[in-house]
Design a protein around this ligand. Structure first.
Ligand SMILES: [Zn+2]
Length: 244
């Protein structure tokens, strides 16, 4: 059974981008691992009175723990970098941490943000760069059979309910996972991030209050590296169904 590792900078990215896929993997007996790079200690705290970043970080880690439980994530690694700081972080150190987790856990699939970060958030973009390099370097220490496939995740409907728009997508989507049976788990995982009510309401209005009607039946991916080679993503006529 395949092992799927996802690498994201913030608590909640995992539920926004691939919550349904993670729940599906768990249901199909696959192992899942989440590397969460920052503690998500910046920004608003929703309904909670949280006066310092350290407390907000701990709070968001608890919320992430709940979401991980809902999604059946088997391994959760917290790197605890400060939120919003990744452009200033030691890039080699970050790559080394992701690389070490890949070598240790040996995933068949690694998923991260695309080069546009979906939303253009600098932490998302740095995470894409560092994870891509870590996957390339991991190949020097793994056998060909152990090389993970690298996918970028897209959220094409992220801005459906927003007045603004994100950056132009950097890569075409090449596959979609049917999450019809896992929309409730995705909704409950998003709901676990109560302090992120502002962000959840932006992309998924209603979900915080338990109405999961806006959650679609697919999550979207682009295969960009396989068997040690770059895969040039080509936009297909109609996006084919895939499983990670
Ligand atoms: Zn994020």
């Amino acid at each position: 059974m395949k092992k799927v590792m996802i690498v994201f900078p913030h608590p909640d990215d995992e539920s926004f981008a691939c919550g349904g896929t993670l729940a599906k993997c768990q249901d199909h007996g696959q192992q899942t691992c989440l590397l969460c790079i920052t503690s998500g200690c910046k920004g608003r705290s929703g309904p909670f009175e949280i006066d310092c970043r350290e407390k907000l970080a701990r709070h968001r880690e608890q919320e992430l723990g709940k979401a991980a439980e809902v999604l059946g994530i088997n391994r959760l690694d917290l790197f605890r970098y400060p939120d919003g700081s990744l452009v200033h972080a030691d890039r080699e150190e970050l790559i080394a941490k992701i690389l070490a987790a890949i070598i240790d856990w040996k995933p068949n699939v690694v998923v991260t943000f695309p080069p546009d970060g979906v939303t253009g958030h600098p932490d998302h973009i740095v995470t894409c760069e560092a994870t891509t390099i870590a996957v390339e370097r991991a190949e020097q220490q793994l056998t060909l059979a152990e090389y993970p496939d690298l996918y970028y995740v897209s959220i094409p409907h992220y801005y459906d309910h927003c007045p603004d728009r994100g950056p132009k997508a950097a890569v075409p989507i090449t596959g979609k996972v049917d999450i019809t049976l896992y929309r409730t788990q995705k909704g409950e995982a998003l709901r676990a991030h109560q302090s992120q009510v502002y962000s959840v309401n932006r992309a998924y209005p209603g979900v915080i209050d338990g109405d999961f009607g806006v959650i679609g039946c697919y999550e979207y991916y682009t295969l960009v590296r396989s068997a040690g080679k770059v895969v040039e993503p080509v936009a297909a006529n109609g996006i084919p169904l895939i499983e990670l």
